[in-house]
Write a protein that binds this ligand. Structure first.
Ligand code: CMC
Length: 425
């Protein structure tokens, strides 16, 4: 089968016109639904790297230009001038809120911060030593039982209540998951603090330095959405079955945890600690380049960004500010990270493959400076991404074209064969 314009030519020479769906920005999409019946073949696209699985109006990424837009607004502009509550509204509703809307939304979120006791009991009941991502998933899994008024995908009020509830509660859950790891009880949220300041307060029990709160808020904004990434696609696939949204987000949380996705921020710090000193960088870069070694430079490379990740640029800038203000003595890892970046970016292996630092490369250094242990880095990513997950879940459930996610396969297993009972084999 060969491509010719927007036509595919089938094995028997028939050409098949493909409808082209125009994108507002970025690549158009060819509708391939009619291809299998005519050609007898599916499209084969491991990792869905060339497949648009849905239409969306939420976030746009231009990987060549290093552009990230939330509902049309540059994420770096929002990171510098907006805040997490306003960005949450924007992602959920499509437009920036008026002053009154923002005020009442922020108040509503603050009022919803307390989790139901059953959710806190679930967190208290996870085994000691559980990773906080496990704990957060357990807490999300408990929520449909305690918030039934937020579970119907087909009811607009349920969808709105769910989105606000989960954005407000996820910070409380993350903080309680952290407290569980240190064997301490959860701290009740405060209504009078901003979203990020309250999150830090619920973890550490004291009002945070405003620079720390601002840095965390910016990180939450930068992690809020990233179009059809692995965890968001997981939320969509799980949600496409009609399951309640808390469970769909629990699935997303699990997908985020892996080191190739949100788990990379934890892995970056482990890698930097392991490298330890400038003179060891060469050895690790050589390992990352060795096809026989599974080691990769964590926090490097991206499926879509092939130039630079705009989030990494801002986060690197915040690192300077936070390390200076908080004087935590964590500058050593930052210096090492800068050296590693410089060495990798001057190496033809990374240049040829267009591998640049991604969002996770520097975020862990900031989290560290804020006093978070490495196991809490991915939960912080999850708190931010909860907004995107909720927005995509809502969008999917109002999309008349949405269908249950059910990919096909290229079967390479045995052909049909007869079963013989064990004694006759
Ligand atoms: N270190 C060394 N080599 C790499 C790296 C890396 N970090 N990333 C990609 N490569 C190589 C890879 O070996 C392959 O080489 P070759 O063409 O010789 O086989 C080539 O670059 C293309 O890589 P790929 O695995 O086909 O690319 P992908 O789009 O499937 O994977 C990725 C993207 C982000 C999973 C990958 O770059 C990676 O594993 N990076 C490290 C983990 C990481 O930082 N993840 C966070 C991603 S950003 C935030 C998020 O999504 O949560």
């Amino acid at each position: 089968m060969t491509k010719s314009g927007d036509k595919l030519v089938s094995r028997d020479g028939h050409s098949l016109p493909l409808a082209r769906r125009k994108a507002v920005l970025g690549a158009d999409a060819l509708e391939i639904t009619p291809v299998p019946p005519v050609t007898g073949a599916y499209s084969y696209d491991p990792g869905y790297a060339s497949t648009a699985s849905c239409t969306s109006r939420i976030t746009f990424v231009d990987g060549e230009g290093g552009v990230l837009l939330y509902r049309g607004y540059a994420a770096d502009d929002l990171a510098r001038h907006s805040n997490f509550a306003e960005v949450s509204w924007l992602l959920l509703n499509g437009e920036l809120p008026s002053h009154t809307e923002l005020q009442s939304f922020s108040e509503e979120l603050a009022g919803l911060r307390h989790c139901a006791p059953e959710v806190l009991d679930t967190i208290a009941a996870v085994p000691a030593g559980a990773h906080p991502m496990s704990t957060m998933t357990a807490a999300l899994s408990a929520m449909p039982a305690v918030y039934p008024e937020c579970t119907d995908p087909d009811d607009a009020d349920h969808r709105r209540r769910f989105s606000h509830r989960v954005i407000a509660n996820i910070a409380t859950v993350a903080a309680a998951a952290y407290r569980k790891t240190i064997g301490k009880p959860a701290i009740a949220p405060r209504k009078d603090l901003g979203y990020a300041a309250n999150l830090l307060y619920m973890m550490f029990g004291e009002e945070p330095n405003p620079v720390a709160s601002r840095a965390l808020d910016t990180l939450l904004v930068l992690h809020a959405d990233h179009e059809q990434n692995c965890s968001t696609s997981t939320v969509r696939i799980a949600g496409s079955s009609g399951v309640n949204p808390f469970s769909a987000l629990a699935a997303g949380c699990i997908a985020l945890w892996g080191p190739a996705h949100g788990g990379a921020n934890e892995a970056v710090i482990q890698m930097l600690e392991e490298i330890g000193a400038t003179e060891n960088i060469g050895e690790y870069v050589a390992r990352a380049k060795d096809p026989g070694d599974s080691f990769r430079l964590m926090g490097f490379g991206h499926r879509v960004y092939k130039n630079f990740d705009p989030r990494a640029t801002i986060i690197c800038g915040i690192c300077h500010e936070v390390l200076q203000e908080l004087k935590t003595g964590r500058g050593r890892l930052f210096t090492l990270a800068r050296q590693l970046e410089e060495i990798a970016l001057s190496d033809s292996y990374f240049k040829d493959r267009r591998l640049y630092p991604n969002v996770d490369f520097y975020s862990g250094i900031i989290y560290r400076a804020l006093g978070l242990p490495a196991t809490m880095f991915t939960p912080m990513f999850a708190v931010g991404r909860t907004v995107g997950w909720a927005a995509h879940w809502c969008e999917m459930h109002t999309d008349p074209e949405a269908r249950i996610g059910r990919p096909r396969q290229l079967y390479l297993g045995p052909t049909a064969r007869s079963y013989l009972p064990v004694g006759e084999r």
